[in-house]
Design a binder for this molecule. Structure first.
Ligand SMILES: NC(=O)C1=CN([C@@H]2O[C@H](COP(=O)(O)OP(=O)(O)OC[C@H]3O[C@@H](n4cnc5c(N)ncnc54)[C@H](OP(=O)(O)O)[C@@H]3O)[C@@H](O)[C@H]2O)C=CC1
Ligand SMILES: Cc1cn([C@H]2C[C@H](O)[C@@H](COP(=O)(O)OP(=O)(O)O[C@H]3O[C@@H](C)C(=O)[C@@H](O)[C@H]3O)O2)c(=O)[nH]c1=O
Length: 300
């Protein structure tokens, strides 16, 4: 079998790890962390010219949404300029590109799930920096690139995400836990998204025109408060957690995070389902959450 080579940025990140774990037969995957490519200084980035891959999956990003408000320079360097450099490198060497982007490009004013061609209007530095990266990819690579906007990602690993943060705070008995109830989105499991990314990657590798701008998240919608309630309920059922803590619904204003976040950022995955078929049919978010938590070790 002819092996196809795929390189992935963001080696230690939750999506890169989920993608690596699901490496399809016939693909040789190599992951690049910040030791190999430090994307915070895009001008100094030295990219290889030989033994190149057929596809680059770009997951690395500055994902600290509040941190980006404090250090916009770093956010734009990583999410904007470094992404542009990688897109240019892909164009120069005929490499296809698949990049991940975010629901935080939207301002949250919609009353139905966002489609890929809806108007973007990011509220935060993180959102604006990701928009710059998206635009660069589209201008430089056009249909040779695919962008999947996704949302509210989590895995059951050791990294920082809403699931692991909640389980840590609940395990420590932090009570009451104050949780935002007026922001709505779709919690999305990294392993579910990874299956879809690989299906689209295969189309790009087969040059079957997988390019374009897509949305994909798990199905349904939730507030952060409902997400936390569901995490606690499943954790108690599974014995991951011994005692419940009090969950107190609060507004985003009361929470007072440095970065504004959209009040509503549910994504419409239809276009990708049409393109890829049943493999891209999103599972209900509660079902995906349960599956991830079932595979987690007991809390320490
Ligand atoms: N997390 C989420 O909820 C969502 C994420 N996305 C997008 O999906 C993609 C993947 O996100 P996710 O896996 O959750 O992110 P993570 O934060 O888990 O991983 C991001 C990766 O970027 C790497 N990185 C950070 N700074 C640098 C740098 N200076 N040089 C090189 N690499 C660096 C990190 O490296 P290190 O491990 O060394 O810090 C990390 O491996 C991102 O593009 C993100 O914008 C979209 C919607 C939701
Ligand atoms: C820890 C915590 C957070 N929150 C709130 C703050 C915020 O409104 C919401 C989520 O906070 P977090 O910091 O966990 O998540 P946040 O950084 O907003 O997550 C985002 O990450 C980027 C990368 C994306 O692209 C988005 O799709 C989204 O997943 O929950 C509480 O209400 N109580 C808490 O104890």
């Amino acid at each position: 079998m002819h092996m196809q080579t795929v390189w992935i940025t963001g080696a230690q990140g939750q999506m890169a790890r989920a993608l690596y774990q699901q490496t399809p037969p016939g693909c040789a995957v190599r992951c690049f962390g910040r030791q190999q490519w430090d994307l915070s200084q895009p001008a100094k980035l030295e990219l290889p010219r030989q033994n190149l891959p057929q596809l680059l999956i770009h997951t690395a990003a500055m994902t600290d949404v509040d941190g980006a408000e404090k250090d916009p320079h770093l956010a734009f360097a990583l999410n904007g300029t470094a992404t542009e450099r990688l897109a240019q490198w892909c164009a120069d060497y005929g490499i296809a590109m698949l990049a991940l982007s975010t629901d935080y490009l939207f301002d949250g004013q919609a009353t139905r799930p966002y489609r890929p061609d809806d108007r973007v209007n990011p509220l935060s530095v993180y959102g604006r920096s990701k928009q710059v990266g998206e635009q660069a990819i589209q201008e430089i690579l056009g249909d040779q690139a695919a962008i999947i906007r996704t949302a509210w990602l989590y895995d059951g690993g050791s990294g920082r995400n809403f699931l692991t943060t909640m389980l840590r705070l609940m395990g420590q008995g932090t009570t009451p836990l104050r949780i935002v109830e007026d922001q709505w989105g779709a919690p999305t499991a990294c392993d579910a998204l990874a299956r879809v990314v690989w299906a689209l990657a295969q189309q790009l590798l087969d040059q079957a025109h997988g390019g374009g701008l897509y949305h994909w998240s798990c199905q349904g919608q939730s507030s952060w408060f409902e997400f936390a309630q569901t995490i606690q309920q499943i954790a108690l059922e599974m014995g991951l957690l011994q005692h419940p803590v009090e969950l107190q619904p609060i507004s985003a204003v009361q929470y007072g995070a440095p970065a504004p976040r959209p009040a509503y950022s549910v994504l419409d995955s239809t276009l990708l389902v049409q393109r890829l078929g049943t493999v891209a049919q999103p599972p209900p978010w509660q079902q995906a959450l349960r599956a991830v938590m079932q595979a987690m070790p007991p809390l320490k």
